[in-house]
Design a protein around this ligand. Structure first.
Ligand code: KIV
Length: 275
């Protein structure tokens, strides 16, 4: 296991991701919620970590992400940030914690002081004033579009988004407004691969995909999903990197290394993991 002896490379910043985009190098991102896994992700050189509000489901056992509190995000962000000096750290602002500009500022301050480098918020063009004020205050934003789990009650379930021409045009327009407002990263969840590729080519900011095909600049998966730890049927875009043949050591570190390598060499996601 030679990778255990290797020193982690320099910290990943937004500029690193932008450089990756310019040079065509793909980047890896995983969700993480605690120090032990954050340490293994540092050894595996995972480029970015998302402290996702998915922790409500995979850590707390909630039915959705809606019950998650800012205090939960602060606690898990601090745990991760202590153990990983390599990855860019993105933290979700949870449901209704950025419904007003005041709330967005207070919530962002809390997670940034806990160790986040970027805050992630879900929605479309209506977020532009929040993105703008956060950017002015030194808080980079990742805007999450497509399937936005905090709106599960509006969607009526976890369904692929952007399938009609009208929905696709709306999503592209939303991205344009948000990038013009100062968004630093776009994250697309569960959208057709063709739409995600258009967004990736059209905008200069890095685009991360989950269930969005191979055309995005980076990929993210929920850590529990890619380790085969499921409490419900896994989505089509999920691959088990622990069991996969590419995991040469058969352990969790090997699964992270396998995922990182598969994203970098473009072998993940394949067509079977895309819409
Ligand atoms: O909360 C989360 O883990 C997320 C990912 C699914 C992108 O938002």
């Amino acid at each position: 296991m030679t990778y255990l002896a290797e020193k982690p490379t320099a910290p990943t910043t937004l500029s690193t991701l932008t450089k990756f985009k310019k040079t065509g190098e793909k980047f890896s991102c995983l969700t993480c919620y605690d120090a032990s896994f954050a340490h293994l992700m540092e050894l595996a050189k995972i480029d970015a970590i998302l402290i996702g509000d998915s922790l409500g489901m995979v850590v707390q056992g909630q039915a959705s992400t809606l019950p998650v509190a800012v205090a939960d995000m602060v606690y898990h962000t601090a745990n991760v940030a202590r153990a990983n000096q390599h990855a860019l750290i993105l933290t979700d602002l949870p449901f209704m914690s950025y419904a007003t500009i005041h709330d967005a500022i207070v919530s962002s301050r809390a997670v940034m002081q806990a160790g986040a480098n970027v805050v992630k918020i879900e929605g479309g063009s209506e977020l532009a004033p929040i993105v703008e004020i956060l950017a002015k205050n030194g808080v980079p934003t990742c805007v999450h579009l497509g399937l936005t789990p905090q709106s599960v009650n509006v969607f009526g379930g976890y369904k692929v988004q952007g399938k009609t021409d009208e929905q696709a045009d709306r999503l592209i327009k939303d991205c344009e407004i948000l990038v013009n407002a100062g968004a630093s990263i776009i994250l697309l969840e569960c959208v057709p691969a063709s739409l995600a590729t258009i967004v990736t080519q059209q905008f200069a900011v890095p685009v991360i995909g989950i269930g969005a095909g191979a055309g995005t600049d980076g990929q993210v998966l929920v850590m529990h999903d890619m380790l085969g730890v499921h409490t419900r049927k896994p989505a089509r875009f999920v691959k088990d990197f622990l069991k996969d043949d590419g995991n040469t050591t058969g352990d969790i570190l090997g699964a992270f290394v396998n995922y990182h390598r598969s994203v970098k060499d473009g072998s993940f996601p394949s067509v079977e993991h895309s819409f």
